[in-house]
Structure formats: structure tokens, C-alpha cells
Design a protein around this ligand. Structure first.
Ligand code: NAP
Length: 309
């Protein structure tokens, strides 16, 4: 039996070397060199072409190599085997750094001062203390909770919204539709770290943005499809949003001529919020999951297909 691996980044050897140490004797096949499809027992992949995973009759488990599960789950022929996340704490730490940088940048109104400089302007804008600045997180999962905790530690007033209420140090937890509106009404800086699911697609819409106090700012690090560009432009034009930082966009990269490229109230980064990808840690998760399944133990980090994350 064999493990099919689709290396996400780096060369094959960077994955194979630690995998061979952790799983001695394992037959590891590198996508697309599958060999006999009946041999494939485990697949550690980002996303194979539609229906491909269904062609492996002996498949027992999929290790998902991407942080968001939407891409893997969009395979209409995805076989009914457990899917295990392989995210690492280091990835979460990188994301926390990105969130911190963007929150501080918005807090210090650096985008507004950069736009002012471009116009040849020189004017002090009114300012808020950190303790009076409310940062709201959509999503308090691996990435959201880690970042929210850090932002709270920095002295901001932090809130977070999730499906279930959470106990994250220094973070006021909200859930449900009412909880969402309650949080949004107080939020000066909104950070989106929701997964993309049928429920959350297009969720950062006019209703959500419209509930923010005037002059709020948005940092979207989740998925582009959470936010329709037309709703974003509306919120900027209405003065609801003073600035938006987007690491993700509906179509990546945004098409030429898209307003987001040139609007001084929008900062674009090319889907780089999770600064680093730790292959060694991912490989450790893959080996742990394979050993667990072979040893008849329960699997950690299972993806809930029904919820979509
Ligand atoms: P996660 O651990 O699965 O956590 C998801 C969070 O969202 C949980 O707190 C969950 O609530 C909440 N949630 C999900 N659906 C909800 C709903 N309908 N209503 C309210 N709350 C809901 O996700 P993660 O690992 O932190 O990652 C979040 C997302 O970040 C990924 O899916 C990906 O899209 C994005 N991401 C982006 C980058 C980048 O480079 N830009 C990198 C990595 C990840 P419960 O905990 O109560 O279930």
C-alpha cells in the first residue's frame, strides 16, 4: 500500500527526507506518478483534479495540505474518507504577525497618511487610544484565536465571533446572528479569518459592513469570496470603511482595471498572510495521522465536511 503525496511547495526531496524517517518503508508516490491506483491507501494533497481521489479504491484517509478546506471540498467526487488538517502552530504564528502588522497599520492610520502624502498633504488626524479601539474578529479558529489573543495582549479591546462561544484569553466572545451584529456595531477594525463554506460565502456583505461604525477599517485575510468587491466599494463610498486591506480577492489576482488596484483606500497583498509554510511540521502531522489510523487510534484535526471546515 502507498501514500500519494502532492508536494505543495519546495522540491520533492524536502518532503521525502523527513517522511522516510518518520514512516520507514512506506511506499511514497509523488503526484502525478500514481502507479497502480489500487495501492493508494493515503493521500496528502492540496487538490487533485475533480474525481481523481475517487479513483483510488483502497483510500482510507486524505491529509489536507492547505489551511482552508474549501478548495479540497470543492471536488464533487471527493470520496467519503476522513480528511485531516495538517496545519501547524508555526503557520498560525506567521498569520498572527501579519494580523498584528495590519492592525497596527490601521490603528496608526498609516494608509490615510500615505494617501495624504501622495496628495502633498500634511495634517494630523484625530486619534484613539488602543484601549478604546475595538478589534473584531470573524472566526476564532486556529488562526483567528491565535491572532486575537496577541492583539488583546497588545492592549486593544478585542472581540471575536464564531459558531460556538469561545474562551480565548482577553477576547470577548460572540456567536449567533445577534452576537454578530452586537460585535460589529462596536468594531473599529474588522479582521476576517472565517473559513469559506456555503454559510460564509459572501457573508461580509452590505448588511455586515453597514453595521460597522463610520470610518471603520477591514482586514480580509480569509477568502476573497467572503466579500463581494461591489459591497466593499459601496462601503468605502458611503464612508463606512475608511480603508480596507485585502490579502485575498474574489478573483486572484484581481483583473486589470479592477478598482482595487488603484483606490488609495485599498491595500492589496497577494495572498501571503500566512507568511511561511513549515514542511517538516506538515510531514509530522501526516505521519501522525497515518500511524493513528494504522494503530486504530482516533484522528486529530478532522475536517467536518457538513460544516465545510
Ligand atoms: P478554523 O480553525 O477552521 O476556524 C474557523 C473559525 O470560524 C472557527 O472559530 C469557527 O467557529 C468559525 N466559523 C466557521 N463557520 C462559521 C459560521 N458560519 N458562523 C460563525 N463562525 C463560523 O480555520 P482557520 O484554520 O483559523 O483558518 C481560517 C481561514 O483562514 C481558512 O479557512 C482560510 O480561508 C484562511 N487562511 C488564509 C490564509 C492567507 O494566506 N490569506 C492562510 C491561511 C488560512 P467554531 O470554532 O465555533 O466552529
Amino acid at each position: 500500500m502507498a501514500l500519494l503525496l502532492q508536494p505543495l511547495i519546495g522540491d520533492n526531496e524536502t518532503w521525502l527526507k523527513p517522511l522516510r524517517q518518520l514512516l520507514p518503508g512506506e511506499d511514497i508516490r509523488i503526484w502525478p506518478n500514481v502507479g497502480n491506483a489500487e495501492d493508494i491507501e493515503f493521500a496528502a494533497v492540496m487538490r487533485l483534479p475533480d474525481g481523481k481521489l475517487a479513483e483510488f479504491p483502497s483510500l482510507r484517509m486524505i491529509c489536507s495540505l492547505l489551511a482552508g478546506q474549501d478548495i479540497l471540498l470543492s471536488d464533487p467526487g471527493l470520496p467519503d474518507v476522513p480528511i485531516v488538517r495538517t496545519d501547524d502552530q508555526e503557520g498560525s504564528e506567521s498569520m498572527t504577525t501579519t494580523v498584528l502588522v495590519h492592525v497596527l497599520r490601521h490603528y496608526c492610520q498609516l494608509p490615510q497618511y500615505a494617501a495624504m502624502q501622495a496628495r502633498g498633504g500634511w495634517e494630523r488626524l484625530p486619534h484613539r487610544w488602543k484601549k478604546d479601539t475595538n478589534v473584531g474578529f470573524l472566526g476564532l479558529g486556529l488562526f483567528g484565536a491565535g491572532a486575537a489573543r496577541r492583539i488583546a495582549h497588545e492592549g486593544f479591546n478585542v472581540m471575536g465571533w464564531s459558531r460556538t462561544t469561545k474562551n480565548v484569553e482577553g477576547v470577548t466572545s460572540f456567536s449567533g446572528p445577534q452576537g454578530l451584529m452586537e460585535m460589529l456595531r462596536k468594531t473599529h477594525i474588522l479582521v476576517n479569518l472565517l473559513p469559506l463554506t456555503p454559510e460564509t460565502r459572501g457573508m461580509v456583505n452590505r448588511e455586515v459592513l453597514g453595521a460597522l461604525p463610520k470610518g471603520a477599517s477591514l482586514i480580509n485575510l480569509g477568502r476573497g469570496a467572503h466579500l463581494r468587491a461591489s459591497d466593499l466599494y459601496w462601503a468605502l463610498d458611503e464612508g463606512i470603511l475608511s480603508h480596507a486591506t485585502l490579502d485575498v480577492f474574489e478573483v486572484e489576482p484581481p483583473p486589470p482595471g479592477e478598482r482595487a488596484w488603484t483606490d488609495p483606500r485599498i491595500t492589496l497583498t497577494p495572498h501571503v498572510a500566512r507568511l511561511e509554510y513549515d514542511i517538516e511540521s506538515t510531514v509530522l502531522h501526516i505521519a501522525k495521522a497515518i500511524n493513528a489510523i494504522r494503530g486504530g487510534q482516533s484522528l486529530q484535526g478532522l475536517v467536518d465536511r457538513r460544516r465545510g471546515y
